[in-house]
Design a protein around this ligand. Structure first.
Ligand code: THU
Length: 130
């Protein structure tokens, strides 16, 4: 399944709209039901309006009627690991448990895997509002 997610994230990365940063990112989400949703970053001439790949993939998942994340793959080329930004860690947290694996890939390979708890320790989530 990791290989399938890698291919999905790599394929969607090519569709990113990133003319300002030239930093294309793809994200693929595997849901608890076994489906894969993908998204790419979408930049804007008004720079702060850029949308991250993870946010796009989450939007696709919600549009698909699902809300339980089982695994995430983030794909971006370059020498550094593209771990999700702080905002996207929180976005993933909304739909994922502490143990969910977040794979970080680029240049054709998975470079590392982190649990959500590693990336966002002691996090705040929906259950805090119950
Ligand atoms: N970006 C993502 O899509 N996901 C991340 O986790 C990190 C950053 C995008 C946003 C922007 O379009 C570009 O990468 C440079 O920051």
């Amino acid at each position: 399944m990791k290989d399938k997610l890698l291919i999905a994230a790599k394929n969607i990365q090519e569709k990113a709209y990133a003319p300002y940063s030239n930093f294309k990112v793809g994200a693929a989400i595997l849901t608890a039901d076994g489906n894969i949703y993908t998204g790419a970053n979408v930049e804007n001439a008004a720079y702060p309006q850029a949308q991250c790949a993870e946010a796009s993939a989450i939007g696709a998942m919600i549009a698909g009627g699902e809300s339980k994340i089982a695994e995430v793959m983030v794909y971006a080329d370059g020498e550094n690991e593209c771990t999700p930004c702080g905002g996207c860690r929180q976005r993933i947290r909304e739909f994922a448990g502490d143990k969910v694996s977040i794979h970080v890939a680029g240049d054709g390979v998975v470079r590392n895997t982190y649990s959500l708890a590693e990336l966002l320790p002691h996090s705040f989530g929906p259950e805090h509002l119950k």
